[in-house]
Design a protein around this ligand. Structure first.
Ligand SMILES: Cc1cc2nc3c(=O)[nH]c(=O)nc-3n(C[C@H](O)[C@H](O)[C@H](O)COP(=O)(O)O)c2cc1C
Length: 208
């Protein structure tokens, strides 16, 4: 796939076919992750690939399996989501948080070594490691797309990270930014409509 085709084809996928991803392809995707820029030249990252459905079920047991319509509407109100398209995106995504990971062929758990308290950084550079792993996550998304697969992500809420640490056994000094579900996209599901951005309004030449 040509580069801009990959960029344009990458969309969050929350419905998957029941089809495994070959190990070789997963290895290529993780190799792409390691090509991302890094703040400290160390790329002290690890990626746990969960494919065993027993482990998957245990790992995801803490994630709500759905949401009632009333709770969904309360959440939209709570978060002050006034944009209709944005509301639709959340109405589509929130109820699928469990299934989009459970039905994925594999879950990737990226890990970075975090030396300072990520929730209380002294300055912006204390977040450089976190920013770097997100560069690697974008490489994963693009590589998954180029390989003809699709992916989604969930940022852990509440104690989901601590729970994942227990289930997967990763060390205390490694931090988990998200869950990534990957698999073959279901062909009959259209992507969620996104807000159209007028690029010309967002580019500022020489001055805002
Ligand atoms: C930092 C970040 C956090 C996100 N958290 C979640 C999440 O917790 N659950 C989810 O389903 N999608 C999550 N997403 C995916 C967004 O919902 C998705 O990227 C957005 O709707 C745009 O759609 P697209 O990826 O198809 O372009 C997150 C994306 C980013 C960049």
């Amino acid at each position: 796939m040509e580069f801009y085709e990959v960029i344009n084809n990458r969309k969050t996928v929350r419905e998957f076919e029941d089809e495994p991803i070959p190990t070789q392809i997963i290895e290529r995707i993780i190799a792409a992750a390691f090509k991302a820029p890094t703040n400290d030249h160390m790329r002290d990252w690890h990626f746990i690939i969960v494919r065993d459905k027993n482990v998957t079920a245990k790992l995801l047991d803490i994630i709500p399996k759905g949401i009632s319509d009333d709770d969904m509407e309360a959440l939209i109100k709570d978060w002050n989501l006034s944009d209709i398209l944005q509301q639709e995106c959340y109405r589509n995504a929130v109820p699928k948080q469990y299934r989009m990971l459970f039905d994925a062929s594999a879950i990737i758990i990226p890990l970075l070594k975090q030396k300072t308290d990520i929730l209380h950084p002294d300055n912006i550079s204390h977040l450089n490691g976190f920013a770097s792993i997100w560069c690697s996550i974008e490489n994963i998304f693009l590589s998954v797309t180029a390989e003809g697969y699709g992916c989604n992500l969930r940022v852990p809420l509440g104690n989901e990270e601590e729970y994942a640490r227990d289930v997967l056994g990763f060390p205390n000094d490694y931090f988990m930014p998200c869950f990534i579900g990957i698999g073959k996209p279901k062909s009959d599901v259209a992507p969620v409509k996104q807000k159209e951005i007028n690029i010309k309004e967002r580019i500022h030449w020489d001055k805002f």
